[in-house]
Write a protein that binds this ligand. Structure first.
Ligand code: UDP
Length: 298
């Protein structure tokens, strides 16, 4: 996101505490005179005096493996952190974009899931810290819009992947984990019978969706799903990764984590109509680029 904005001529202030982001991803921007970096945990107040036109809240650990280890940080990033970021936007009369998640739908009864669906979420389950925090974050954003007339936009992001995604340890989401396992000859760890589905969005498509959401006047006050409609089972994904990497790895099956949503596919009618957005990269293309990148850094 920072790189895309800098390349388009914008001035960018990036705030990160590297809870899940990595310094290497912004290293090439550090010497750019239009890029400023502040190492800070957004859950605590931060005075920013230089003028801002847009504020994006994209902070939060998002890997299910981390929900068990950092539930309080995750809750804070999406509640207190959203409050701090909203305060910064209010001070500068800036537009506010919140990156929420498909997780606000929980295990949905309606698939493809439209933004009007209110969710089927377990607040005290292992995903509650993330799902409920994001739901609370959305409520904060709408409260600032109602009470302070802040110009706001909410993106509900569906599983996003691509180069620079973390592969290591508990940070790893299913795509980098499967690629890493396939490239190192380990078994690919399929949870459950692998019949659960996800709809994966390539990183550059996601960025384009977020920038359209931020820039277009018609998106003011909107909540919009940003995700690819191509739904795939986890088992099919594992087989695809083995084929694309040319790996000799086999599959191993493990218990399905509690509250793991069975299906996830967005209804993108709003994104198409209001943002004129639809994803360009196919899963095969996106996976090939991600595999190439993971190979290059391993
Ligand atoms: N998954 C899997 N094996 C893994 C990691 C994940 O089968 O080693 C499954 C997981 O159970 C879920 C899907 O892949 O159904 C996507 O998992 P991810 O952690 O990427 O994020 P989620 O979409 O669950 O938030």
């Amino acid at each position: 996101m920072c790189e895309t904005l800098i390349n388009s001529g914008a001035y960018v202030t990036c705030i990160d505490n590297f809870a899940s982001g990595q310094k290497a991803n912004i290293q090439s921007l550090m010497d750019n005179e239009r890029f400023r970096f502040i190492e800070h945990n957004i859950s605590t107040p931060l005075p920013i005096d230089t003028p801002l036109d847009y504020v994006f809240h994209m902070a939060s650990r998002a890997s299910p493996f981390e929900f068990e280890h950092y539930p309080i940080q995750i809750l804070k990033a999406n509640t207190m952190g959203v409050l701090v970021a909203l305060g910064i936007a209010k001070k500068h009369h800036a537009r506010f974009v919140y990156t929420s998640t498909s997780e606000v739908y929980g295990n949905p009864d309606i698939v493809p899931t439209p933004e009007t669906y209110h969710g089927n979420v377990n607040p005290i389950g292992p995903r509650g810290c993330y799902d409920e925090a994001k739901r609370c974050g959305e409520a904060y954003v709408i409260a600032f819009r109602r009470q302070h007339h802040l110009n706001t936009r909410i993106a509900r992001i569906f599983n996003t992947y691509g180069p620079r995604i973390r592969t290591d340890g508990i940070y790893g989401r299913v795509i980098p984990r499967f690629i890493d396992q396939a490239l190192t000859g380990k078994t690919l760890t399929v949870f459950g019978d692998g019949s659960q589905t996800r709809s994966f969005t390539y990183v550059t498509d996601q960025i384009e969706g977020l920038l359209r959401l931020a820039a277009l006047d018609a998106a003011e006050g909107q909540v919009i799903n940003i995700g690819n409609v191509n739904e795939i089972t986890v088992l099919e994904l594992a087989k695809k990764v083995i084929a694309l990497t040319g790996s000799h790895s086999s599959l191993s099956f493990h218990p399905l984590p509690e509250d793991d949503p069975l299906r996830r596919r967005p209804d993108v009618t709003r994104a198409k109509k209001i943002l004129g957005w639809q994803p360009k990269a196919s899963l095969d293309t996106g996976l090939a680029r991600t595999i190439e990148w993971i190979r290059s850094v391993s």
